[in-house]
Design a protein around this ligand. Structure first.
Ligand SMILES: [Zn+2]
Length: 333
């Protein structure tokens, strides 16, 4: 039995399948945990834990149910919770240009607040989610995240190359300043539960300057970057044509020295063998979202990434890409 202290417990949960996620990935068939305050004080066989905490305020027999550690959701768009169902059965470019960006660009502060609140409620209600990593397109959701009492790494999406060239620099300055303002205002707030990362939507609407200044600022501030990378074949084809390289986004990002170990790449479906090595060598992490992969992106080379040492996690993505905000259900896909 793993026991932290020998004080009396507030609650002992016993007779459960306890998935410990310890170094040996131990699963206890008749296991128990003792909780003291907001901490797990002991994990072990039911008989041992019950014996160590005979005076527990509450004892609950779980009758063979499963006890798991909390999940971390590494990719979700809290701003899209009100958009469930508006972009079914379309390809990604239609999904973005015809449905999601028009929806997001018309959101009010009130819409954003409601969307983030609903998203958080659904994530918590789906159970087993303890810490979440959010990607908000509109920042009004942040007070909600602290209200929901969860951990969150949040970022807003920067885009500057979808405007005419002569306006590009103005968009860059405005967006970049808003991102820095967000960092200064919200980073490490709510008792450290909210941390601000820099968000880049995707390479198709980011200039090299935006990419590289984001890289440098994130490094300087010791924070992370979240970005959709290599989502669809069209993205790779566009990058090959525009940048005159022999493969897609990851090849180009490696060429301009953008890849770092503080980068969390969303999806990353269309990588070849050498691009997987680039991720592995740089320590880039990947958020794999099975629901959106099955819906419109295709399936990422997860086995190959894991074999080459890339850290791969799970994300739900936003409501228009996934009908359920549940990490637990993703395990069944
Ligand atoms: Zn996404």
């Amino acid at each position: 039995m793993t026991q932290v202290t020998a004080v009396s417990a507030d609650i002992v949960l016993h007779n459960a399948f306890v998935v410990t996620m310890d170094g040996a990935l131990t699963v206890l068939r008749d296991g128990a945990i003792a909780v003291v305050g907001d901490r797990i004080a002991a994990v072990g066989p039911s008989a041992d834990v019950l014996g160590a905490f005979p005076g527990a305020a509450q004892t609950l027999n779980l009758a063979g149910r499963i006890l798991l550690p909390g999940f971390v959701n590494t990719h979700v768009h809290t701003s899209q919770q009100l958009a469930r169902g508006i972009a079914d059965d379309v390809d990604l470019m239609t999904w973005l240009h015809g449905r999601i960006w028009p929806y997001e660009s018309h959101m009010t502060e009130e819409d954003s607040y409601a969307s983030t609140l609903l998203c958080g409620i659904e994530l918590i209600r789906s159970g087993l989610i303890d810490k979440q990593r959010h990607m908000c397109s509109v920042w009004y959701g942040r007070p909600v995240l602290s209200f929901l009492n969860r951990y969150a790494q949040t970022s807003s999406n920067l885009m500057n190359s979808t405007v005419p060239m002569h306006l590009n620099i103005f968009v860059f300055v405005i967006q970049w300043q808003s991102q820095k303002d967000l960092y200064e205002k919200h980073h490490n707030t709510a008792d450290g539960r909210i941390r601000i990362w820099f968000g880049l939507r995707q390479i198709m609407n980011a200039t090299d300057r935006l990419l590289l200044e984001t890289r440098d600022a994130a490094q300087e501030l010791n924070t992370g970057i979240h970005m959709h990378i290599a989502e669809i074949p069209y993205e790779n084809q566009l990058v090959m044509r525009m940048k005159k390289i022999d493969h897609g986004t990851v090849t180009y990002l490696e060429k301009i020295d953008f890849l770092r170990n503080n980068l969390l790449a969303a999806h990353s479906v269309w990588l070849n063998e050498s691009e997987i090595s680039h991720f592995s060598n740089a320590g880039v992490k990947v958020s794999h979202c099975p629901a959106s992969a099955m819906r419109m992106l295709g399936f990422a080379p997860i086995r190959e990434m894991l074999d080459s040492g890339v850290c791969v996690s799970l994300g739900t993505d936003g409501a228009p890409s996934n009908n359920r905000m549940s990490i637990g259900l993703l395990n069944k896909l």
